[in-house]
Design a protein around this ligand. Structure first.
Ligand SMILES: [Cu+2]
Length: 159
């Protein structure tokens, strides 16, 4: 089980993971595995971006994701998109519970990471580390890549 601390260690680890063909998969204590992690491109002036990934509990006990942080953003929240009175709205989620073996997809139109106040430009192809905080005090780092994907109508037009 790998435990890494700091963005540079995370980057090194992510590179090592890529080199060994476990494509952008990171495991940490708590058995959280983060796969298919990406961020949608946005105009340079955008104050918010949406991040997506699949969170999987590869362990044999439940785990609770309490939140996430990144040195590249002033704040990271977990949001859910809900339909209220026919309108798509976003709610902040205090946590995500993953039963043993369970996966949760953060995807356009559903749960997502709300990435606020980027500290640098994030053009397509840029990579950055987001750290998921787990209730037991451990964390799992994952490398996210910025993908140039057109925004869909169900996404963040209301921001
Ligand atoms: Cu949101």
């Amino acid at each position: 089980m790998w435990r890494v601390s700091g963005v540079w260690a995370g980057r090194w680890f992510a590179a090592w993971v890529l080199a060994t063909s476990f494509m952008s998969t990171v495991e940490a204590a708590g058995h959280l595995v983060v796969e298919d992690a990406w961020i949608r491109t946005a105009p340079p002036a955008a104050a918010m971006r949406a991040g997506y990934a699949t969170l999987r509990n590869a362990g044999d006990a439940p785990l609770v994701v309490r939140g996430a942080t990144s040195e590249v953003f002033g704040g990271v929240s977990i949001h859910a998109t809900v339909i209220e009175n026919g309108m798509a709205r976003m709610r902040e989620l205090p946590q995500i519970l993953l039963a043993a073996g369970e996966s949760v997809s953060l995807e356009p139109g559903g749960k997502h990471l709300m990435l606020m106040r980027p500290v640098r430009e994030l053009e397509a192809g840029a990579k950055l580390v987001i750290r998921f905080e787990i209730e037991d005090g451990s964390s799992a780092e994952a490398e996210f890549v910025v993908r140039d994907t057109a925004a869909s109508a169900d996404d963040h037009a209301h921001h």
